[in-house]
Structures are given as C-alpha cells and as structure tokens.
Design a protein around this ligand. Structure first.
Ligand SMILES: [Zn+2]
Length: 186
C-alpha cells in the first residue's frame, strides 16, 4: 500500500540502537516509492513541497497512532487529507478492452500536488473501505514500523516475525531468566 510505504520512510533501528533515518531525504528512495506505486516520475521535491510531504506524513502517523489506541483521529487531520486530495484532481476514463471494461485514471498534471493527493487518497481509501482494526504499529517499541495486518486471524503483532518477533522473544526469555536467578524460589 502506498500510504504504508510512505509512512515507513521514517525509519527507526528496530534493534534498539536509537538510530533514525528520514528516508524522504533520500532522493533514490523517493524515486523508488513513486515507481513501485505506478506514480509518474517527477523531480525531487523542493523545500516547500518537502515541508508539505512531512506535514502530511506527520498527520497520517498521528491518525494511525490514534486508531491503534482505539481513538478517533483528529478532525484537523481528516481536513488535511481532504485539502491534499482537492489539489490533485484526476481524470477518469472508461476503456473497452478485449474482454471487459477498464477504468483508467490519469493525473491532470504530474507534480507533487498530484502525488500528495494520491498518497492521501491511498490512506483515505483504507479508512473508508478497509478495516481500520487491521492498521498496526509493530509491537517492538524501538521499531515503530506501520503495517496493515491482512492475516486471516488478525494475529500479526510484529512487522516481521523473524526480526522484531524473535528479538522480543529473546528479550522476554532473558528477562525471565534474570528474574528466576534473582528470585530462585519462583
Ligand atoms: Zn518491527
């Protein structure tokens, strides 16, 4: 999902070193994000566009945090999504292919206003049509990775069971071991 990849451009070292990278500042990462999601290739964002992108990301992350806590997202954040979407109108066309109809969507113009509208729309679509209860933040507090849990029994607690899942399992094991050494009777 576009919005998930966009939010995870804020990278935190899941191993707990405290290292943080803002990957929106890496032009190659941004280029790859656009390409992977079929968005038109456009020049790197300027200072003003970058500030808007980060504001959008901040607002969306706050919404995710509220949803994960079982709270309502702020109205202001919804309004920001609407403002971003209004700035990137699209043209829809229905085309007939051999077998069926296909709905195509193109940007009125390819620029950052359109790209931000697409990012906001991708999140808005999940809010409206997806299941907000599947929106998650990795249970590893150092990781903060955001994902959409599409497992059947909604049981995915970590971004990656092999990485964060294992790390936390080892930590819990060590904590139990330490506790039993300090209190041998238990
Ligand atoms: Zn994680």
């Amino acid at each position: 999902m576009l919005w998930v990849d966009f939010l995870n451009s804020e990278w935190h070292d899941w191993r707990g070193s405290g290292r943080y990278e803002d990957r929106l500042d890496q032009p190659a990462v941004v280029e790859q994000l656009l390409k992977e999601h079929g968005l038109p290739s456009i020049p790197s964002p300027g200072a003003e566009e970058m500030a808007e992108l980060k504001l959008l990301r901040f607002a969306m992350r706050e919404m995710v945090k509220a949803i994960v806590r079982g709270q309502e997202p702020e109205l202001e954040a919804l309004e920001l999504l609407n403002r971003m979407m209004a700035r990137g109108p699209v043209i829809r066309r229905i085309v007939r292919t051999d077998e069926r109809f296909r709905l195509e969507q193109t940007a009125e113009r390819a620029d950052w206003a359109h790209t931000m509208a697409e990012i906001a729309a991708s999140f808005a679509r999940t809010l409206a049509e997806g299941e907000t209860s599947r929106i998650r933040i990795c249970d590893n507090p150092d990781c903060k990775w955001i994902y959409y849990d599409d497992t059947r029994n909604r049981s995915k607690r970590y971004c990656d069971d092999k990485a964060c899942g294992n790390l936390l399992k080892v930590r819990r094991f060590r904590a139990r071991q330490k506790a039993s050494k300090e209190h041998p009777s238990t």
